[in-house]
Design a protein around this ligand. Structure first.
Ligand SMILES: [Zn+2]
Length: 235
């Protein structure tokens, strides 16, 4: 599968602002003001290993677990795992802003919240690479434009299909919607179970983690926030 080539942004010393030949600011990927896409590119700037190297790494993990990667049942497992990784982590090859770039203006003046409930979240925690499974409820307050509702689910999917913490993912979904759609407000609630917590370590099978991010009017208007939470609860 083709992956976009990642150019490493010019690094500057901590805290100093550098300018390029056209007086443009050279962005520091670690700077919080740098757009997330550039920060992400910098974080993933490790050269991409080959498929063979990835499969070899899986064989190493199988042997580490205590089995023989050459035995019949496991022979093709590294191939399957590499293919599964392409699906589980397809979010690195997609751009949420691009998904949200097509908006519609003719909505007859509709200006109330648009809410999607129970969007499936299938992610992996960045600490154990264990599945995080749950749902997201997402609402936004349109300004003049709305976006196709399937695109909102797609944005959730793009961020979920990366190595994540639930907190980061929740904030990223809200930020992407606020920025790309110029929304008056965004609310995101993610309710998920972390298999690193249910199947290992502390073994709490029934604990679910709830995270919320409120932006724009959802942050300032308590009544609006309540409405969102009631609708999420009912979902
Ligand atoms: Zn974990």
């Amino acid at each position: 599968m083709e992956t976009p080539s990642i150019r490493k942004p010019a690094l500057t010393g901590r805290g100093e602002t550098r300018y390029g030949p056209d007086n443009e600011r050279i962005m520091d990927p670690m700077d919080a003001k740098t757009p997330p896409a550039i920060r992400l590119a910098a974080e993933t700037a490790t050269p991409k290993p080959s498929r063979e190297q990835a499969e070899e790494a899986v064989r190493t993990l199988i042997a580490w677990a205590g089995d023989d990667p050459r035995r019949e049942g496991l022979k093709d497992t590294p191939k399957r795992v590499a293919r599964a990784f392409e699906e589980w982590f397809s979010g690195y090859r997609a751009d949420p802003a691009k998904e949200l770039s097509r908006t519609f203006e003719d909505v007859q003046g509709y200006d109330d919240m648009v809410m999607l409930t129970n969007i499936d979240v299938e992610s992996h925690c960045e600490h154990h690479m264990a599945p995080i499974l749950g749902v997201a409820h997402v609402a936004y307050l349109p300004s003049a434009r709305v976006v196709g509702i399937s695109k909102i689910a797609r944005v959730v999917e793009i961020f979920a299909k990366r190595l994540q913490t639930q907190e980061t993912m929740t904030a990223q979904i809200a930020d992407a919607l606020m920025e790309a759609m110029d929304a008056r407000g965004v609310a995101v609630l993610v309710d998920a179970r972390h298999q690193c917590m249910t199947t290992r370590g502390v073994h709490h099978p029934n604990v679910s983690t709830v995270t919320t991010t409120f932006a724009g009017e959802f942050k300032t208007d308590a009544e609006l926030r309540e409405r969102f939470l009631r609708m999420a609860e009912r979902a």
